[in-house]
Ligand binder design. Structure first.
Ligand code: ADP
Ligand code: MG
Length: 460
């Protein structure tokens, strides 16, 4: 009857939702219904695209911001302010330039009122553990990026947190330095001597790098975007250190690619089937109302240029029209934040489609990459005006205006109902890049005007 008691989670996240007010009085849903436990002895990776809410979730867990609804608890006690059991490592090193390495490491202890002798002793130990022995008296500007991030780790570990929270800790480092530091974190973690009092009991690492997640984590939580929801949880049953070239490793990387692109794929398919077309007259006869076209805030444009998307399509063509996403990322040294927005762009426009971990050119995509410049533009114009809601909305608004022109402020105001000011600008810039290339409309940067091209393309 007496089952062994389940270990108390260090962190318990229950039904956490977070919305941010937009400049125009709307609400931007960033996190939705997040449930999550972090247990002693595990490394968990939180993986998602840029903007999916990873940092927001980490800040909620650290108690730096509070959720809009739901709760975060540390060892069963609901947070009310900063989480006392965690320490954070940030992407940018955020060291104080006028303090030495040792003084930087001691800062957090000082804030907790630890006496000077003990501070010194603990800081020196943490500096040693993280491989900075001999640099105690150096100033941040004398250190390389990799060494500065070591200081960032030492500063967090010296607090002996129950959970070490890391927000993309390797992403500001060059590839080799990042790889070295990753290996050392693994080495440190696996060589922890529980009897000696370990520097931390659990690691929660936020990353947009799939291989990093598979390399480090016992468990991977995959976050969707707009809003961020946990869409998959994977257990990684492979001993560390892991071999990136092993079949199990590659299979898991592929699986994660499939998950991260799967939602769009499912959406694309329902849309295709739900669309009335002459070939399938029954498509609209099943009693379901025809779906209204999605709005620019429902379908954000991925922040990619036409040139970037064209590059991806050309790569696909050179590879026979299709390839695995992981293979492409690997060969080009792309991370998912380089590749996935491009994939989102070309799939939104139906220039390519994703099946599981693979991407292939559609007929339109093939035509686009192989045609002459003018035909390519026409293919792009047709798809952008149909598939990219913001491009479509701009064309329609310009046509409805008296002179065929409108101030960009008009569109920025609309976008700010669903996006932050920064994201609204980014959305408009992307739409302008696409629309100008397609010769759907032009943009005069000097006075911030959007105007119809003289010979408007047929928008259908
Ligand atoms: P990630 O870390 O996954 O890249 P973030 O958590 O930083 O994502 O951001 C998720 C979304 O929330 C983004 O659209 C971002 O613009 C928005 N956001 C984050 N913090 C704020 C804030 N303080 N106010 C308004 N919007 C925010
Ligand atoms: Mg972030």
């Amino acid at each position: 009857m007496a089952e062994p008691a389940a270990p108390t989670p260090i962190i318990t996240v229950d039904g956490v939702t977070k919305t941010f007010p937009t400049p125009d009085g709307g609400l931007l849903p960033v996190l939705d219904g997040i449930d999550f436990r972090l247990y002693p002895g595990e490394i968990v990776a939180l993986l998602g695209k840029s903007g999916s809410g990873k940092s927001t979730l980490l800040r909620c867990i650290a108690g730096l911001i509070s959720p809009s609804s739901g709760t975060v608890a540390y060892k069963g006690t609901q947070l009310n302010g900063a989480n006392p059991g965690v320490a954070m490592v940030f992407q940018s090193f955020a060291l104080l330039p006028w303090l030495t390495v040792q003084q930087n490491v001691e800062l957090g202890l000082q804030a907790r009122g630890v006496p000077a002798d003990e501070r010194r002793e603990r800081a020196l130990k943490a500096i040693d553990v993280i491989g900075l022995d001999g640099f105690e008296a150096a100033y941040p500007k004398e250190l390389s990026g990799g060494m500065r991030q070591r200081v960032g780790f030492a500063r967090a570990l010296v607090l002996e947190p129950d959970a070490l929270l890391m927000d993309e800790p390797f992403s500001a480092l060059d590839v080799l330095t990042a790889e070295n530091l990753r290996s050392e974190i693994v080495r440190l973690w696996d060589s922890q001597d529980p009897s000696a009092g370990s520097p931390t009991q659990s690691l929660l690492i936020v990353t947009h790098n799939i291989e990093e997640a598979v390399l480090l984590a016992d468990r991977i939580m995959v976050l969707s975007s707009n809003p961020g929801r946990i869409m998959a949880e994977l257990t990684v049953d492979q001993p560390r250190p892991r071999d990136r070239r092993s079949p199990e490793f590659e299979a898991l990387v592929d699986q994660v690619y499939g998950i991260l692109t799967g939602r769009e794929e499912a959406e694309a398919e329902t849309e295709e089937h739900g669309e009335p077309s002459p070939a399938t007259p029954e498509a609209n006869g099943d009693g379901k109302p025809r779906k209204a076209p999605k709005s620019p805030t429902e379908v954000p444009l991925p922040a990619v240029s036409v040139g970037g998307m064209a590059g991806l399509l050309e790569i696909l063509l050179a590879r026979g029209g299709e390839d695995g996403l992981a293979e492409i990322a690997d060969d080009l040294n792309f991370e998912i934040d380089d590749l996935l927005p491009l994939v989102d762009g070309v799939t939104l426009l139906r220039l390519a489609k994703v099946r599981g971990p693979r991407i292939e050119l559609t007929d339109a995509g093939r035509e686009y990459v192989q045609a002459d410049i003018q035909t390519s533009k026409e293919v792009f114009a047709r798809l952008a005006a149909k598939r990219a809601p913001l491009v479509r909305a701009i064309v329609q608004a310009l046509r409805a205006s008296a002179d065929g022109d409108l101030r960009e402020g008009f569109f920025l105001d609309l976008l700010r109902r669903g996006f932050s000011a920064e994201d609204a600008r980014r959305q408009l810039d992307t739409a302008i890049d696409w629309g100008r290339y397609a010769e759907l409309f032009d943009y005069d940067a000097d006075d911030g005007m959007l105007l119809l091209e003289r010979e408007p393309q047929d928008v259908g």
